[in-house]
Design a protein around this ligand. Structure first.
Ligand SMILES: [Zn+2]
Length: 278
């Protein structure tokens, strides 16, 4: 088995793993390799603007998931996609299903990188051509909302394999589940040629496990931030993709209330603070 049999045109892939296990490195390598091999434009969504210089000059960056999804004939990396495309929120499922069907129509490859989706609606799983797993977080059962679902099983199997590896090996391997090829196993992934410590730190700065010493953003500030990062449409009687009602403005296709609900669902939760930190 090799990567060429896994990565196919007009497909979406879910990339999962704990912080600092090499998810982004894997995704950038796939972007570099398969943009050339499949003749697709390499696109990165969600990279902070001042970091774009870390990418090769033929790479294109987009700020929102909607903008990224519009680029045809492209291999598109949605880094830390959970912030913009929550896979556990029933209210946005039509939006997610529509989004994940784009690659089929637009000759795209989607790589959606998630730190750890606590729950992925099982109806989404068939929309992915493959699941690319780096080492999952330590306590899978604590982190997962549901036991025994398909994704948790995949993560347990991945943990078994990564548990036997030296730390330095973990970034070099990916546990791949490719249902359409009826295959699962480990594949080696080199680093992309343009890899740099600075690129690694883009998301490394965002420590998903230790957020509780950071100032907590209010819900209103968070929604405003997410609105700023989304594509805004103004008009008359625009139809919200989530609730179907008409509104004068839409944020990434959703009305204000639906967008706010969605944004708050994916707002990082500060950990319980049992002892005040001084
Ligand atoms: Zn709505």
């Amino acid at each position: 088995m090799d990567w060429d049999k896994v990565i196919k045109p007009s497909s979406s892939y879910l990339v999962l793993g704990d912080t600092d296990t090499g998810k982004s490195a894997l995704a950038y390598w796939l972007l570099e390799k398969y943009s050339k091999q499949l003749g697709l434009l390499p696109v990165v969504v969600g990279l902070p603007v001042n970091k774009a210089k870390l990418l090769p000059t033929d790479f294109v960056t987009k700020q929102s998931i909607e903008e990224g999804g519009r680029v045809e004939d492209a291999i598109i990396l949605f880094d830390e996609a959970g912030l913009q495309l929550p896979l556990d929120n029933v209210d946005v499922r039509d939006h997610v299903v529509n989004f994940l069907s784009l690659p089929y129509h637009r000759n795209q490859v989607f790589l959606l990188v998630y730190h750890y989706p606590r729950l992925v609606l099982s109806r989404y799983l068939p929309l992915f051509q493959g699941f690319l797993l780096k080492r999952p977080p330590y306590l899978i059962s604590f982190a997962s909302k549901r036991q025994g679902d398909e994704l948790t099983e995949m993560m347990r199997e991945a943990e078994k394999r990564f548990g036997q590896m030296a730390d330095s090996e973990i970034v070099k391997w990916t546990y791949v589940v490719a249902p359409k090829q009826r295959w699962q196993g480990s594949l080696e992934n080199p680093l992309p040629s343009f890899w740099s410590p600075e690129l690694r730190r883009v998301w490394g700065d965002v420590d998903f496990n230790n957020r509780f010493e950071e100032p907590v953003m209010s819900d209103a500030e968070w929604v405003a931030l997410k609105q700023n990062q989304s594509t805004v449409q103004h008009g008359v009687d625009l139809i919200c993709a989530v609730c179907g009602h008409r509104f004068p403005a839409l944020y990434s296709g959703a009305c204000g209330p639906c967008f706010a609900k969605w944004a708050l669902d994916c707002k990082p939760k500060p950990k319980d603070r049992r002892f005040p930190i001084r």
